[in-house]
Write a protein that binds this ligand. Structure first.
Ligand code: BEZ
Length: 395
């Protein structure tokens, strides 16, 4: 099974053209009972975050396949747009799905900048949207909307707990480093706030343009600053490269911390360079629960690779949609009832059971993890049932 492959824009546009040529315009009743539900993926299938987009797509389709492959009893048509993790094209790419394809649901994106452009479009159109990764706080803060849900995390949520962990471990003087865009700045901001609150100090904050992966000059500077520890936000191929470069620069004696994206999905390829890296995240491969064990085994059977946090988020996005659509028996026209059902969902996730806050963010445990002998070991729960403050949301 290779769900993400073959979802080229060409096949998307072909499908749209055929649908548009139809002369039969079904009534709402007929749509609710016979037509396929259109699910649009707005995800990166190229570039730094390509593997993340593929994992989300795979997890989403696997959850549906496990439950008979339908939404509220209706067949599904998937339409995928490669968002290229390009914020400038966020509104245009969202419109390809919303206006061009008239999708019932949007799922995505990975990149926070793309999310902000996407949310502006779906707030207008009212399309029910599930943010399956991007952690941009504003999307469920000042820009929150009844039709926008998140099954992933906020950038703040996964980083804030590490600030106290650092000080508790005696790592008081810390250099922070990230890509200069919403995800990195919010993650580093959350970490720094809790570090300072707990008695620590930011020695220097280093920002590099996204998706630059030239870290050498900054690593030389970190060596000369001699901090107690370093906290970073990087993900995808940038995370893989940063951890390897950090070790190659001889910095392993300075503890490296991060949001868990630093090692998730790339740990195997990081090899010995990742040894000792300390992270906080809403998921860990090693969680010893029935849900996680069976999810991981099924994912490996289906895709011949290990699941990661992105696959979990895709899986849970489908769970949320299945819950909503079964409550309204597939009637996408019953939007208020559909939204109300989604708001009440309790998701039995591989990450642990979670609910949604008033702002439609997951309220979830954040785990403290450390790489030991090549494995991501769960040291404990850094924050139980942590909710993003969702400042500015008026839902
Ligand atoms: C973001 O842009 O929000 C993001 C990207 C990759 C991993 C985590 C967050």
């Amino acid at each position: 099974m290779n769900f993400a492959k073959g979802m080229s824009r060409r096949s998307v546009l072909t499908a749209g053209a055929v649908a548009g040529a139809s002369v039969f315009v079904p009534t709402r009743f007929a749509i609710g009972n016979t037509a396929k539900v259109k699910v649009g993926f707005l995800l990166p299938y190229s570039g730094t975050y390509a593997a993340l987009g593929e994992a989300i797509t795979n997890g989403f389709k696997m959850a549906l396949a496990e439950q008979g492959g339908k939404l509220g009893g209706r067949e599904i048509q998937f339409i995928a747009v490669d968002d290229e993790s390009n914020p400038a094209k966020g509104p245009e790419n969202t419109n390809k799905l919303v206006t061009g394809e008239n999708v019932d649901f949007v799922v995505g994106p990975v990149h926070s900048g793309v999310a902000l452009g996407m949310v502006k479009v779906v707030r207008e159109s009212g399309t029910i949207t599930i943010i399956a990764n991007a952690g941009a706080g504003a999307a469920t803060g000042p820009l929150c909307a009844p039709n926008v849900f998140r099954t992933s995390f906020t950038n703040w949520q996964d980083a804030y707990p590490m600030g106290k962990v650092a000080v508790d471990r005696g790592l008081k003087n810390v250099v922070t480093m990230t890509w200069k865009y919403a995800a990195g700045e919010e993650a580093v901001g959350g970490f720094e706030a809790n570090l300072i609150k707990s008695g620590g100090k930011v020695v220097k904050q280093i920002l590099v343009p996204f998706p630059q992966e030239e870290f050498q000059a900054h690593l030389t500077e970190i060596a000369s600053l001699k901090p107690d520890g370093v906290f970073v936000f990087f993900a995808g191929s940038g995370a893989l490269k940063f951890v390897k470069d950090y070790a190659a620069a001889g910095l392993k004696s300075i503890p490296l911390m991060g949001s868990g994206f630093l090692t998730d999905g790339v740990l195997k390829d990081q090899g010995a360079a990742a040894e000792g890296v300390l992270t906080t995240l809403h998921y860990a491969d090693a969680l010893d629960t029935v849900e996680n064990r069976s999810f991981r085994a099924a994912y490996k059977r289906a895709f011949a690779k290990e699941a990661d946090v992105y696959a979990v988020q895709g899986y849970d996005s489908a769970q949320l949609l299945m819950d909503g659509m079964s409550a309204v028996k597939g009637d996408t026209g019953a939007k208020d009832a559909l939204i109300a059902a989604m708001e009440k969902t309790v998701i039995k996730s591989p990450r642990g059971t979670f609910t949604l806050s008033k702002a439609h963010n997951p309220v979830q445990d954040i785990y403290l993890r450390q790489v030991k002998n090549g494995q991501e070991v769960v040291l404990g729960v850094a924050e139980k049932a942590l909710a993003d403050p969702a400042t500015g949301c008026k839902l």
